[in-house]
Design a protein around this ligand. Structure first.
Ligand SMILES: NC(=O)C1=CN([C@@H]2O[C@H](COP(=O)(O)OP(=O)(O)OC[C@H]3O[C@@H](n4cnc5c(N)ncnc54)[C@H](OP(=O)(O)O)[C@@H]3O)[C@@H](O)[C@H]2O)C=CC1
Ligand SMILES: O=C(CO)COP(=O)(O)O
Length: 333
């Protein structure tokens, strides 16, 4: 089994180390020479994990030709880069390959899900199938081998099982699933809700507020995902409530951290001027806001996140708006 992980960032490194621990022949491809040297020579990825030592056998390269002959290619780049990376590797792949998607979000312009973008950009003769390996998993914890569970979701059950068996070990347990729509929508939308969780914390609100946000956020995720064709029960699993919990409550979440800074500042102005991190919830909020409006789906939380991010709305005003809009009976979905 030959595997290549595209992306030498936090998740790419964390997942490549899992494969290395599992004795799979794995190489990381990255476009940043200093990061690649850091992995090969110092057995660290200091930019993302500080002084943490990674597996000494983990190797990395800046040569994209490494994907030739791969059985599995794992895409661990931000959603904005998925289309171009697929086009790039499709030129080099030489057999049917399982493409593992780990990105959470939608295409920046077409708003398509990641599996669809990959299928459109990898030719049939190079694609066995797309498997999304997604769920509640901060790279910072996987890299130090903390117990974690995620899901291998695919329309191709055999490939999902291959991914399950290849990645599972004593600290990473992989489930399989077939609801590609529900799962990919869940892990994308939770990032926008995590931004809101950070905003509310930054504004000084507490545990009651977060519980309210997560509960009502889950309703919005589910309502949106079901309208897109996903199954309601998927949102009760790892790629729904599971990922929502970890991202809304963790100090590691970049979406939460970005939201926190916005809440503290009161608006998103400083965030737009200074952010350099991968904060997928920002583009997702825009995509979901626009799609929900087109389909007539009620998404009050996402709409307020959109207003704070893209219309410079004051964050405290947004929270007030959510609390004082027309009273309703509690709706499950
Ligand atoms: N971090 C985590 O805990 C988890 C992340 N994810 C998801 O994984 C995806 C990747 O995020 P994550 O690893 O966290 O992000 P990071 O910002 O940590 O790393 C992204 C990496 O991708 C590289 N990259 C960007 N564009 C390209 C390209 N065209 N070719 C090659 N490399 C490229 C970046 O390089 P450069 O810096 O040079 O641009 C960087 O090394 C996101 O969608 C995220 O939601 C999912 C689960 C957990
Ligand atoms: O998806 C993640 C955890 O499951 C990572 O979340 P952040 O992108 O907010 O860091």
């Amino acid at each position: 089994m030959k595997a290549v992980v595209i992306g030498s960032g936090s998740w790419g490194t964390g997942l490549a180390q899992v494969l290395c621990d599992n004795k799979v022949d794995v190489t990381i491809y990255g476009n940043c020479e200093s990061e690649i040297n850091d992995i090969n020579e110092n057995h660290r990825n200091s930019k993302y994990f500080g002084g943490i030592q990674i597996h000494p056998d983990l190797k990395a390269t800046t040569d994209i030709n490494v994907v030739k002959g791969s059985d599995i290619v794992v895409l661990s780049v931000p959603t904005i880069a998925i289309e171009s990376v697929c086009k790039q590797i499709d030129e080099i792949l030489d057999k049917k390959t399982i493409i593992v998607n780990t990105s959470k979000g939608f295409h920046p312009e077409t708003f398509e899900r990641m599996s669809c973008v990959i299928r459109e950009n990898i030719s049939e003769e190079h694609l066995s199938s797309v498997v999304s390996l997604i769920g509640p998993s901060h790279a910072e914890e996987v890299v130090i081998r903390m117990l974690t569970t995620i899901c291998a979701v695919s329309l191709n059950e055999e490939d999902a099982k291959t991914v399950q068996e290849t990645f599972s070990n004593e600290y990473l347990r992989i489930y399989t699933g077939t609801d590609e729509i529900g799962s990919e929508v869940g892990v994308a939308v939770k990032n926008a809700i995590a931004l809101a969780s950070g905003i509310l914390s930054g504004l000084g609100y507490g545990d009651n507020t977060r519980a309210a946000l997560m509960t009502r956020g889950l309703m919005e995720m589910t309502r949106f995902g079901v309208a897109m064709g996903g199954k309601k029960e998927t949102f009760m699993g790892m790629t729904g409530i599971g990922d929502l919990i970890v991202t809304c409550t963790s100090q590691h979440s970049r979406n939460f951290q970005a939201g926190y800074e916005i809440g503290k500042a009161g608006t998103a102005k400083i965030f737009w001027e200074t952010n350099t991190k991968t904060v997928e919830g920002v583009r997702t909020a825009k995509a979901v806001h626009e799609k929900a409006r087109e389909l007539g789906i009620d998404m009050p939380i996402v709409n307020e996140i959109y207003a704070v991010l893209f219309e410079n709305k004051n964050a405290r005003e947004s929270a007030k708006q959510l609390m004082t809009r027309d009273l309703k009976p509690e709706m499950v979905f």
